[in-house]
Design a protein around this ligand. Structure first.
Ligand SMILES: [Mg+2]
Length: 386
C-alpha cells in the first residue's frame, strides 16, 4: 500500500512540549503630553504593567496592561503584585495551551482584567511566534481595510474643548470623540461650542463615562440630537444596567456600552436586554484577546457592531488590539489614540500613525509584531520570576 509510506499524522503537532522558564515583570511609566481628563478622573502618566514570558524554545512573548483604577479597580502597584503571583502559577507550564493557562488564572484571580490581559497578550505573542504567523493571520484575517482612529477631547471648559476639537480637525482626524458626563446645561454648551468651531462635516461621538443619571441622560441626549452625534458611550452608571434599555429607547442618539461591557458574559447580557447599539471592546476590560474574540462573536450573533478602544496603552498594546481589528470586520469604529497622547514612544515595530488618522500595521512579523525598546524598559522597576 502506498499509504504506509505516507506520514499521515505528524505527532509533533499533537504533543508540543514548550515550557515557561521565567517571566519578567516591569512597571512601565510613560509621561503624557498633557493631562487626560474624563468625568471619572485625571491621568498624567501612563502607568502600565509589561511582561516578558520566556520559554525553553528561545521564544518569548510580550504583554502590556494599562490599568485605569476608576474603571477596572486596578493600579500598576496592585497589578505588579498580582503579576508576580500569576507568574509563579505559570512557571514550568506550556504557554501554547492558552485556554488552560487562562482558565488557571481565572480560577485564582477574580476580576482584575487588566493584569490578565497582559498575560493573555504575551501568550498569544508566543503562539504567533511559534507558528510563524502574525496574530491576525492566525485568526484568518486579511490586512486590507482602512483603519482610521478618532481623536479624543478631554472634558474641560467649552472654550478649551472647542480649541482642541478644531486642532484635531485641522490635523486631519476623520472623527472627534468628546468626553462629557457633567450635566445637561454644561454638556450641551460644550457640544454647541465644538460644533460652532468645527462645523458639521466631521462626525462627533460623545462619551459620558457613566456621568449622568437616567433622566439627565435622556434629557441631554435629546438636547444634543440637533448637533448630529454619531453615538454616545456609557450614558449612565454601569451598576444601573437595567435602565440602559430604557435610555436607549428614549435616546435619539445610538448607545454604546463601554464600562458596562467587560467580558463575554456582559456582552451576552447587554445583547439579551437589547441595551445598546454598539459594544466598545478594550483589552484592559475584557482580560485580553481571548475574551475579546468571544465578545466579537456575540456582537456578530446579536447584530451589534463594535468599536475598539484603549486606556493609556503604548503602541504595543494598541498593536495587539490592531490584530483583532484586522481579523474581525464586525469592528467598525476605532479609538486607537492613546499612544498619540504619550510624550515618549518606547515601542519598536507595530502600528504606525499616518496622516488623517490612518493607522497601519505594515509588518508581517509573527505574533504581535512589536516589542518594547530594551533601553527604555531597563530604566523601569522590574522583577524576574524564575
Ligand atoms: Mg468610553
Amino acid at each position: 500500500m502506498v499509504l504506509t509510506s505516507v506520514k499521515i499524522i505528524d505527532t509533533k503537532y499533537f504533543r508540543i512540549i514548550m515550557k515557561i522558564t521565567k517571566i519578567e515583570i516591569y512597571k512601565l511609566n510613560v509621561p503624557l503630553k498633557e493631562p487626560f481628563i474624563i468625568s471619572l478622573g485625571v491621568i498624567k502618566t501612563a502607568n502600565s504593567i509589561v511582561l516578558k514570558i520566556h520559554t525553553d524554545h528561545k521564544i518569548y512573548g510580550t504583554g502590556e496592561g494599562n490599568p485605569y483604577m476608576f474603571i477596572v479597580g486596578e493600579t500598576q502597584e496592585a497589578d505588579f503584585e498580582y503579576a508576580k503571583m500569576l507568574a509563579k502559577l505559570l512557571l514550568g507550564k506550556n504557554p501554547l495551551e492558552i485556554e488552560n493557562r487562562l482558565a488557571e488564572i481565572e480560577r485564582i484571580l477574580k476580576f482584575n482584567p487588566t493584569v490578565k490581559s497582559a498575560f493573555d497578550m504575551a501568550l498569544y505573542d508566543i503562539l504567533g511566534k511559534y507558528t510563524g504567523l502574525p496574530l491576525y493571520k492566525l485568526w484568518g484575517g486579511t490586512n486590507n481595510r482602512e483603519i482610521i482612529t478618532d481623536m479624543t477631547v478631554s472634558i474641560d471648559a467649552p472654550e478649551k474643548m472647542q480649541k482642541d476639537a478644531l486642532k484635531f480637525k485641522n490635523a486631519g482626524f476623520p472623527a472627534i470623540k468628546v468626553k462629557l458626563g457633567d450635566n445637561k446645561k454644561n454638556d450641551t454648551a460644550r457640544i454647541a461650542a465644538i460644533r460652532e468651531a468645527i462645523g458639521y462635516d466631521i462626525p462627533l461621538r460623545i462619551d459620558a463615562n457613566q456621568g449622568w443619571d437616567t433622566n439627565t441622560a435622556i434629557g441631554t441626549l435629546k438636547a444634543l440630537d440637533k448637533y448630529d452625534i454619531e453615538h454616545c458611550e456609557e450614558p449612565i452608571p454601569r451598576w444601573n444596567i437595567s435602565d440602559l434599555p430604557y435610555v436607549r429607547e428614549h435616546s435619539p442618539i445610538a448607545i454604546m456600552a463601554d464600562e458596562s461591557l467587560f467580558d463575554h458574559h456582559d456582552a451576552f447580557r447587554l445583547a439579551k436586554m437589547q441595551a445598546c447599539d454598539y459594544f466598545n471592546i478594550k483589552l484592559s476590560k475584557s482580560g485580553g484577546l481571548n475574551t475579546a474574540l468571544k465578545i466579537v462573536s456575540i456582537a456578530e450573533a446579536a447584530g451589534i457592531k463594535s468599536q475598539v478602544g484603549c486606556m493609556s496603552e503604548t503602541r504595543f498594546g494598541l498593536t495587539a488590539l490592531m490584530h483583532l481589528v484586522i481579523a474581525r470586520k464586525n469592528i467598525i469604529h476605532f479609538d486607537l489614540d492613546s499612544a498619540l497622547m504619550l510624550a515618549d514612544d518606547p515601542v519598536r515595530g507595530g502600528i504606525e500613525y499616518k496622516e488623517n488618522g490612518r493607522v497601519e500595521l505594515n509588518n508581517d512579523l509573527p505574533g504581535i509584531g512589536a516589542d518594547f525598546n530594551p533601553e527604555y524598559l531597563e530604566k523601569m522597576e522590574k522583577v524576574i520570576i524564575s
